[in-house]
Design a protein around this ligand. Structure first.
Ligand code: EPU
Length: 417
């Protein structure tokens, strides 16, 4: 992505469906007994990978990318396997484990392995399934899960893991009897998944709180569901507007989803207008240095850490940004430094001393949110910045350059060769 920085972003953009809601919601179709229609499915690399994985099991997948609509029919599923080749490219593939063992009594899913932002084990997913009566074996890099029928139980998560909560919730809806899931993740994406499952006939209460109660059913029906807006995409555009000294409105997002970030924008000097279907940000001069610590929802989201840091690189004063969710999520720091920012990492914290100006340079993206942060920094910097390896960006942002151009940014996707 070639960026000529220095322009204040102005205008409004439409937020796409949330990647991290769409992924588990599409997987939940495994549990249905007829075709499920999902609207507002973002056309992203990760969604295409998941579609491939589901199709590989025999699911009939009809993804109309232009309409952002996916129709998934699970009645033709003939395999309960998720091969390494697909799982290694996208960790969210492990979501299929719970639904497969719940519906078919067996699953063979590759262990995902490490990932750039941290080790990311799946032990909470596995102990949760064991609590519901699944027998788990690890063999040649694969998880083999078996159960005649899962049985409801109390599952207390050691940590409110988003993925483990989603996986076990999907397993519990077809288990025999009641499950009480404790210390659950409370992210809006969990609430969206529960809504989709309920539309299929699942009995779920308490999603969005730390305790979720599920009365297992023998079978579920089909469903129609619309995915929620992407709070991280919305927050990314707001950060870009804020960092460039502009005014940006994001439409199609409930401001409540992003409240932990909005209060930080306000603390840093922005003016925020909130709505059920929009958020508007108006910057008022240079951002003020503001500390943030990432935490599970309703804390400040780790998926916004890199983008907020980009805004802090040009803030008035020094801010401390602490990452507690993943152990290796500061890979954007050396790249931001190439643009002239002053950041020192000490363990889990990055100390960012705001500079008056950044200067364009070639930089390299290392993961999805790091790519977004480099683009924001590039938009603030004087002169030209090129961000390479933006395939990371395509995993999670739909038509980002088109949306940025609509806000007046000078950005262009060019071939690396
Ligand atoms: N963890 C374990 N064991 C487990 C599960 C998690 O130790 O069994 C640890 C992880 O290693 C991590 C922490 O718990 O240190 C939190 O992980 P969590 O399970 O909550 O994250 P996730 O489900 O793997 C989802 C999002 C991430 C987002 C995190 C945190 C999806 C597909 N991914 O991952 O999104 O950062 O929750 O909010 O929903 C992104 O979109 O850029 C992204 C990385």
């Amino acid at each position: 992505m070639k960026i000529v920085g220095g322009k204040a972003l102005q205008g409004s953009v439409e937020v796409s469906g949330a990647k991290n809601a769409a992924l588990p919601v599409l997987v939940s179709a495994i549990l249905a007994n007829g075709p499920c229609t999902f609207e507002r499915v973002p056309d992203l690399m990760d969604i295409r990978t998941l579609a491939k994985l589901l199709a590989n099991m025999g699911m009939k997948v009809d993804f109309d990318r232009a309409a952002n609509r996916a129709v998934l029919d699970p009645t033709s599923i003939h395999s309960q396997e998720a091969p390494y080749e697909l799982v290694k490219t996208m960790r969210a593939s492990v979501f299929v484990l719970g639904p497969l063992v719940a519906k078919y009594g067996q699953a063979k899913v590759s262990l995902p392995g490490g990932c750039a932002i941290g080790a990311r084990p799946i032990n909470y997913h596995l102990t949760g399934l064991e609590k519901l009566g699944a027998e788990i074996q690890l063999e040649e890099g694969y998880v083999l899960a078996r159960a005649k029928r899962l049985v409801g139980n109390r599952v207390a998560f050691e940590y409110p893991s988003v993925g483990a909560t989603e996986n076990i919730l999907m397993a519990a809806v077809l288990a025999k009897g009641e499950s009480i899931l404790e210390n659950c993740a409370k992210e809006p994406e969990i609430v969206d998944l529960a809504r989709a499952l309920r539309a299929m006939g699942a009995h779920i209460e308490g999603e969005g709180t730390e305790t979720i109660r599920v009365q297992g059913r023998d079978t579920l029906g089909s469903c129609a569901h619309q995915v929620i807006g992407d709070r991280i995409e919305a927050g990314t555009f707001l950060s870009a507007g804020f960092a460039t000294g502009g005014a940006v409105r994001v439409n199609g997002i409930d401001s409540e989803f992003l409240e932990p970030v909005l209060v930080k924008f306000e603390e840093a000097g922005a003016l925020i207008e909130r709505g059920k279907e929009f958020i508007a940000l108006q910057s008022r001069g240079r951002p003020k240095a503001t500390d943030v610590t990432t935490l599970p929802h309703p804390g400040f989201p780790t998926d916004m850490q890199a983008q907020f840091m980009a805004a802090m690189t040009i803030a008035d004063g020094a801010s401390v940004i602490t990452e507690t969710v993943f152990e290796n999520r500061f890979m954007h720091v050396p790249e931001l430094t190439r643009l002239g920012s002053d950041i020192t990492v000490r363990g889990k914290s990055a100390i960012v001393k705001g500079k008056l100006k950044l200067k364009g340079a070639p930089v390299m993206a290392t993961d999805l949110r790091a790519s977004a942060s480099l683009i924001i920094a590039g938009l603030c910097a004087e002169g030209e910045t090129t961000v390479s390896r933006i395939y990371h960006l395509d995993r999670g942002y739909e038509r980002m350059e088109t949306k940025l151009r609509a806000l007046g940014a000078d950005v262009e996707r060019v071939s690396e060769s």
